[in-house]
Design a binder for this molecule. Structure first.
Ligand SMILES: O=C(O)C1=C[C@@H](OP(=O)(O)O)[C@@H](O)[C@H](O)C1
Ligand SMILES: C=C(OP(=O)(O)O)C(=O)O
Length: 435
C-alpha cells in the first residue's frame, strides 16, 4: 500500500519545525503530500528526496527543519492543490509566525470551507482575508505575540484540531482542544515523537488534548505505515468479487482510522488481521480478506470520524451486499473534495442501485448481487469518488466509467496498475473521432 497520507503530511511539517535531520521512509508520494513538501520548502525548510535511499531500494525523504517559530515568509502564493489537510494544517502554522502568506488551491479546494480553521486561529491573534464564505484564495497575517487558546471544536475534524494545536506550538503556555468525538490522533502521536509535551484526557467519546507551547522539537525518524484509507479499495474489491483471496501487507490499524474494517466485519466480511505489530509509534497489520458475500447493516453516526474518507467505498460494498445498509450522520461528506453524499447517491443510482439520502444519512438497498453498471460517473476532482466507482466496475455486468481519473494521483499513485494486477481492467477510454 502507498504510505498513509495523514502521517506523510505531518512528517514533512513537523520535520520542518524540528531541529536536525528528519529521515522519512514510506512517505506517500501523492500530489497532496507533494504540495505539503513544496510549501515547507517555500517556508524555508530543506526537503530532499533520495530515489533509492530507503529500505528495499525505495525512496527516502530527508527534512532539515528550522525550529519552532523559525519558518520564513514565503515569496509567492502557496498552492495547496487538492489537499484540505495541507491547507488547514499549514494555516495553523502560519497563524503564529509574524509574516504574511497567501494560499490557494485547485477548483475543488477553493470551494471548501476554511472558516472552521480561521475562526479558532484568530483567537491566537492572527488576521485572515478570504473570499465569500471563507473560501480560498486566502491571506493570513500571523502574529509573533500569540496567546495560547482553549477551543472546543464544533465539528468532528482532525484538521481543525491539528490546525489549533500547530498554532499552539508557537504560543507560550498551554493550548487545549476539546473534541466531542475522537478524531484521528496522528498529530498528537507524532508531536510527542518529536519531543513535544501533549496530554490527552478522555471522557467517554470526548477528548481533551493539551499541548505545551514553544517546545524544542527534535528531529526523529518516521516510518510511514500503509494507508488504511487506500487499502479500503482493494479490500472492498476482493469482498465484492466472489472467490477472491487477497492479503494486503503493512496497513495502519490505528483504532481512530479503522471504522471501515469494523463495519465490514459486522457486514460479515471474512477479514483477518495477521502479524499485528507497532512500527514507528503506529499499530500496523497485514489484512487477509476473502470474497464471501456481505449483508447490510446500520452504521452508527458515532463511527463516522473513524472512517470519514471510507464512506464512498463502503457505499459500493453496500450496493453489492444483501439487504439495507444505512450510513448515519454523514454531514461532513458534503464538504470534502466534492459533495460525496450526493456523488455516491447519484452515481450508484445511475449504475442501477436503489439508494436514497434522508437528511444526512445514506441508505443503500442491496440485492445480494452487484448493480448492472453501465454509467459514466462525474468525478469533480474527487479521487475517492473515482476509485470507488472503478472498484464497483469490477463487480458489475456492464463497465463503469469515470469522466476523469487524474485526481486519483492525489492520494493513490499507481492505483490502476495495482488494481489491474488484481484482475481489474481499468484503462483510458479511446476518444471516438469527431464526425
Ligand atoms: O487530519 C487529516 O489528516 C485528515 C482529516 C480528515 O478531514 P477532516 O478533519 O476534515 O474530517 C480526512 O478527511 C482527511 O483526508 C485527512
Ligand atoms: C478528504 C480528503 O482529503 P483532504 O481533506 O486532505 O483534501 C480525502 O483524502 O478523502
Amino acid at each position: 500500500m502507498p504510505g498513509d497520507k495523514s502521517i506523510s503530511h505531518r512528517a514533512l511539517m513537523f520535520g520542518a519545525l524540528a531541529v536536525g535531520e528528519t529521515v522519512v521512509d514510506g512517505l506517500l508520494e501523492g500530489e497532496d503530500v507533494l504540495a505539503t513538501a513544496a510549501a515547507m520548502r517555500a517556508l524555508g525548510a530543506e526537503v530532499r528526496r533520495e530515489e533509492a535511499g530507503g529500505p528495499e531500494g525505495r525512496p527516502r525523504w530527508r527534512v532539515w527543519g528550522r525550529g519552532v517559530g523559525g519558518l520564513v515568509e514565503p515569496a509567492d502564493v502557496l498552492d495547496m492543490g487538492n489537499s484540505g489537510t495541507s491547507a488547514r494544517l499549514l494555516m495553523g502554522l502560519l497563524a503564529t509566525h509574524p509574516m504574511t502568506s497567501v494560499m490557494t488551491g485547485d477548483g475543488s479546494l477553493r470551494k471548501r470551507p476554511m472558516k472552521r480553521v480561521t475562526e479558532p486561529l484568530s483567537l491566537f491573534g492572527a488576521d485572515f482575508w478570504y473570499r465569500e464564505g471563507g473560501r480560498l484564495p486566502l491571506a493570513v497575517k500571523g502574529t509573533g505575540e500569540a496567546v495560547p487558546v482553549s477551543y472546543a471544536t464544533p465539528v468532528a475534524s482532525a484538521q481543525v484540531k491539528s490546525a489549533v494545536l500547530l498554532a499552539g506550538l508557537n504560543a507560550p503556555g498551554k493550548t487545549t482542544v476539546t473534541e466531542a468525538v475522537a478524531t484521528r490522533d496522528h498529530t498528537e502521536r507524532m508531536l510527542t515523537h518529536f519531543g513535544a509535551t501533549v496530554t490527552v484526557e478522555t471522557d467517554g467519546a470526548a477528548r481533551v488534548v493539551t499541548l505545551t507551547g514553544q517546545p524544542e522539537l527534535v528531529a526523529a525518524p518516521v516510518v510511514v505505515p500503509g494507508d488504511p484509507s487506500s487499502a479500503a479499495f482493494p479490500v472492498v474489491a476482493a469482498l465484492i468479487t466472489p472467490d477472491s483471496h487477497l492479503i494486503v501487507r503493512n496497513v495502519g490499524t490505528n483504532p481512530l482510522r479503522f471504522g471501515l474494517y469494523e463495519t465490514l466485519k459486522e457486514m460479515g466480511a471474512d477479514l483477518i488481521l495477521r502479524n499485528e505489530r507497532v512500527e514507528g509509534g503506529e499499530p500496523v497489520a497485514d489484512l487477509e480478506v476473502r470474497g464471501t458475500g456481505l449483508t447490510g447493516i446500520d452504521v452508527p453516526a458515532e463511527r463516522a470520524a473513524s472512517m470519514i474518507d471510507e464512506y464512498p467505498i463502503l457505499a459500493v460494498a453496500a450496493a453489492c451486499a444483501s439487504g439495507t445498509t444505512r450510513m448515519n450522520g454523514l454531514a461532513e461528506l458534503r464538504v470534502k473534495e466534492s459533495d460525496r453524499l450526493t456523488a455516491m447517491a447519484e452515481g450508484l443510482a445511475a449504475c442501477g442501485a436503489v439508494v436514497r439520502i434522508e437528511g444526512d444519512d445514506l441508505i443503500v438497498e442491496g440485492t445480494g448481487t452487484a448493480p448492472r453498471g453501465g454509467a459514466t460517473v462525474p468525478v469533480e476532482l474527487d479521487h475517492r469518488i473515482a476509485m470507488s466507482f472503478l472498484v464497483l466496475g469490477m463487480a458489475t455486468e456492464q463497465p463503469v466509467a469515470v469522466d476523469d481519473a487524474a485526481a486519483i494521483d492525489t492520494s493513490f499513485p499507481g492505483f490502476a496498475r495495482l488494481m489491474n494486477g488484481l484482475g481489474a481492467s481499468i484503462h483510458p477510454l479511446t476518444e471516438t473521432a469527431a464526425p
